[in-house]
Ligand binder design. Structure first.
Ligand code: SAM
Length: 292
């Protein structure tokens, strides 16, 4: 029986906003494959039509990946080249694809990367935080208690932390980060990268939490949150040895950005203090420093 050589599984990165970021090689591979497996065929149909790529699309998303993977493997082992893409960026990075990649490796199918955009790497490359080592955490748990527990586990992590976050949770997430890591820990927020309303905010966690609380626009669109690792900021973390109580430190930062009552409420949340205690301290600090 003549053996047909197996096809290849190409894992192809696609733009995270700017269509100019689709690489010439990615385009060539998408054109040349027998099939494109996409997270959302309607969404990716727009991309393929834009580049006049007529390759048929099949869906591969988190709900059908286990069922779909064997079907795609059958095509691959029969000799077809298959491209895997997600809605944006690099497949299998907080996106479907891992199961198919693993199944292909186990079946002896060659898996080839066609690298390109990835929001986490794009944000890290411009955040101004240490890049020699970093820890990618994807999305934090949606439930506040689980999120705070996870952040507590990460408080001593010395590498730069990289998170994806959704717009409606950003404010809470930044306040929780300030609480878990200390309001003076460095951070950055990459928003709508490569798109029309692209923005990068850099500052302390307290400043970014205050900014998100003050300006609704900061939370709009797609977001990457980066936090400085613990080694450089350990002394500033809650329970650390820096000068001044954590509540006062948080208040000093927040009073520069927010009205007193709002600063006090946020500082109380960050430091686990009572609202009225934070309010009293805020009044005292304003009286001594002349802050707003
Ligand atoms: N696989 C993708 C990648 O390589 O970046 C990530 C997919 S994940 C489901 C989507 C999340 O990535 C968004 O919620 C946001 O946190 C982040 N993201 C995607 N595009 C972005 C952009 N243009 N700017 C900032 N963050 C982005």
């Amino acid at each position: 029986m003549a053996n047909t050589p197996a096809g290849r599984l190409y894992v192809v990165a696609t733009p995270i906003g700017n269509l100019g970021d689709l690489s010439p090689r990615a385009r060539q591979v998408l054109e040349g494959c027998a099939l494109v497996a996409a997270e959302d065929t309607r969404h990716s149909g727009v991309l393929l039509r834009h580049f006049q790529i007529a390759t048929p699309l099949v869906s591969l998303h988190e709900h059908n990946e286990r069922r779909r993977a064997p079907q795609l493997l059958a095509r691959l082992t029969a000799g077809a080249d298959v491209a895997l893409i997600s809605d944006a960026g690099t497949p299998a990075i907080s996106d479907p694809g891992f199961e198919l990649v693993r199944a292909a490796i186990e079946a002896g199918v060659e898996v080839v990367a066609v690298p390109g955009p990835c929001a986490a790497i794009a944000a890290l490359s411009i955040a101004g935080l240490a890049t020699a080592e970093f820890s990618f955490l994807g999305f934090l748990p949606a439930r506040a208690s689980a999120r705070r527990r996870r952040l507590g586990e990460l408080a001593a992590e010395p590498r730069t932390l990289v998170f994806y976050e959704s717009p409606h949770r950003l404010g809470e997430m930044l306040a929780d980060c300030a609480s878990a890591f200390g309001a003076t820990r460095g951070a950055a927020l990459g928003r709508e990268l490569t798109k029309l309303h692209e923005q990068v905010h850099r500052g302390t966690l307290g400043e970014l939490a205050a900014l998100a609380a003050r300006e609704a626009d900061v939370s709009r669109g797609e977001l990457v949150v980066l936090v400085e690792g613990a080694a450089v900021a350990a002394a500033d973390a809650p329970g650390g040895s820096s000068s001044g109580a954590p509540l006062d430190q948080a208040l000093r930062v927040l009073l520069e950005e927010l009205p007193l009552a709002q600063a006090a409420r946020l500082a109380a949340r960050i430091c686990g203090a009572r609202d009225n205690e934070a309010y009293r301290r805020a009044l005292a600090l304003r009286a001594t420093s002349g802050s707003q």
